[in-house]
Design a protein around this ligand. Structure first.
Ligand SMILES: [Zn+2]
Length: 208
């Protein structure tokens, strides 16, 4: 067995991934978490950690990876609108998980768009952010997935997404640089062409 074999996923074991009932996955992740703990914690089964595997499994299945089960196009219940003016939803709380280290990155998302005949409910934009954030991610891909979802499902004149986040994999391990923020942006349509300074207007309003 090569190193790669040992570290790869085992497709035969995740065939129930699409089962809408999360119980089989919670049970499996509970078992696997208990096995991981036997290799990490020499103080062994004790009252404090008795329920930890199940608690961890529910957190991963029901919260940190729930975004894979969200139907993103269905979130875009749009309303007809003549407005062409910039809409910005700022400081949306962001919690995601780094796919390289399985630890969180936490920060804020700012989403702006220029409507073209339709607008979307403001609360739905937070749910779009969550739908992609509650997966195993890198910040760069998360940023462009949010922008692409807005672009494809709302067909605005332009979309701009800025994410700023602190990565716990940089804070608790490796370079140990608490407070370091990573900022990413994705621009589409009119923000990209920037003929009337749309991009600067978005950034100016973010700084307020
Ligand atoms: Zn990481």
């Amino acid at each position: 067995m090569t190193t790669r074999d040992r570290t790869s996923y085992h497709p035969d074991e995740y065939t129930r991934w699409h089962d809408p009932d999360p119980t089989p996955r919670i049970n499996r992740v509970t078992q696997e978490t208990a096995r991981i703990l036997t290799h990490l914690d020499p103080t062994g089964p004790r009252s404090g950690t008795d329920d930890t595997p199940e608690r961890v499994a529910k957190m991963w299945v029901n919260e940190l990876t729930i975004g894979y089960h969200e139907n993103v196009p269905a979130l875009f219940k749009t309303f007809k609108s003549d407005s062409k003016d910039l809409v910005i939803i700022k400081d949306i709380p962001l919690v995601s998980t780094c796919e390289h280290h399985l630890v969180p990155f936490i920060g804020h998302a700012h989403v702006g768009y220029l409507p073209e005949g339709a607008v979307v409910g403001l609360s739905k934009i937070k749910r779009v952010v969550d739908a992609y954030a509650r997966r195993l991610q890198i910040q760069e891909r998360l940023t462009s997935e949010i922008a692409d979802a807005m672009d494809e499902n709302l067909s605005p004149r332009g979309v701009m997404v800025v994410l700023e986040a602190e990565h716990l994999c940089m804070t608790i391990r490796g370079v140990q640089a608490p407070g370091t923020r990573t900022i990413t942006s994705a621009v589409r349509g009119a923000f990209n062409e920037n003929k009337e300074g749309e991009k600067e207007e978005f950034l100016r309003l973010l700084r307020r």
